[in-house]
Design a protein around this ligand. Sequence first.
Ligand code: 5CU
Length: 394
Amino acid sequence: MGFGDGKVVDIHTHMYPPEYVKILESRTTMPLVRSFPGSEDPRLILLDTELPLLKEAEAAKSRGETPTSLPGRPLTKHYSSLSQKMHFMETHEIDISVVSLANPWLDFLSPEEAGPIAESINADFSRMCEEKCGRLFFFAALPLTAPQDVILSSINHVAGLPYCRGVILGTSGLGKGLDDPELLPIFHALAEAKLMIFLHPHYGLPNEVWGPRATENYGHVLPLALGFPMETTIAVTRMYLAGVFDQVPQLNMLLAHSGGTLPFLAGRIESCILHDGHLHHAGTKPKKTIWEVLSSQVYLDAVVYSDVGLKAAVHASGPDGHERLMFGTDHPFFPPLGSDEDGEWESVTWNGAAVKKAFGYGGTKDEEMESEEGKKVRGVMGGNAVRVLNLRRD
Ligand code: 5CU
């Protein structure tokens, strides 16, 4: 992508190891993987909004017909193949990737199976990183449906894996959201182990919000463009209101999609707290302001596809906000529709171009790299991730 001699690091990039795909293939409820006549690749069905089309396609299949519309997304080799991940990195000049299991992680497993499956999936990631020593690191998956002692011992285990740099977490937590007091020991353990939480959405907003025309007419646009970011915003605001950042001051979080809409809405959150009679009388107002949390305990990815959102993310992250942003791609999601998947992905080039534009960096001449803007661009494209996540082999 051309960012001088600075390393390009992708901190938002997913995989489903083959073992995880097998689990999805064996399932009868969402999330699941299904094959349909007329489709070369199996279909990966993840989101609640995909349920009506899944039902229609299964009914057509059971009648021996080819479904007119396929549910979900094609499960291509990009989702599970390590060599494909490396090819993607080469194509886009990405030096290092911090890979993570994609949604919905292990959220659907039974309490008994969660611990052993987490260990095995994390071992898969660990092996991949070892094989590509120094080019890959990972965020581990936690067995959140297991009893607390199993979760705590999983944290302890992954903290000792040489390429693990944090954990990926959805917004459901133990089932009651991230403001659940029962999560506090887990947050304390993660903070103590210096493991970053990469917070990622999956559940979106209730289907009714999208209206009756959505499934047939609007594809995945509403749940992905709006549902995901709102889910992240709500989850972090609940944590903030519950005082989690006050109680666990060493907790560090990296928020997907530039924090959803948090940078844009932080002022409104602050104002609503100031004017809230209930919080005032109960004395339950968070001690730190949301701005303090954003500039000390929160990092944001740069997966927002436009300089407009990125500028808000930088400004919301404090005086050194440019040091708290990190480039990502969301691979293997959002493949190009009109060109070869083995070539360049516009979802990647858009994010790279947005970083340059956000800092007013032309980037056409080598000497510009040493300008203040050039340094900020290099930081977001990789320097920040190397520093914050210590992406060096010991
Ligand atoms: O396309 C999608 O549904 C997704 C998804 O599920 N997760 C993600 O990270 N990006 C896009």
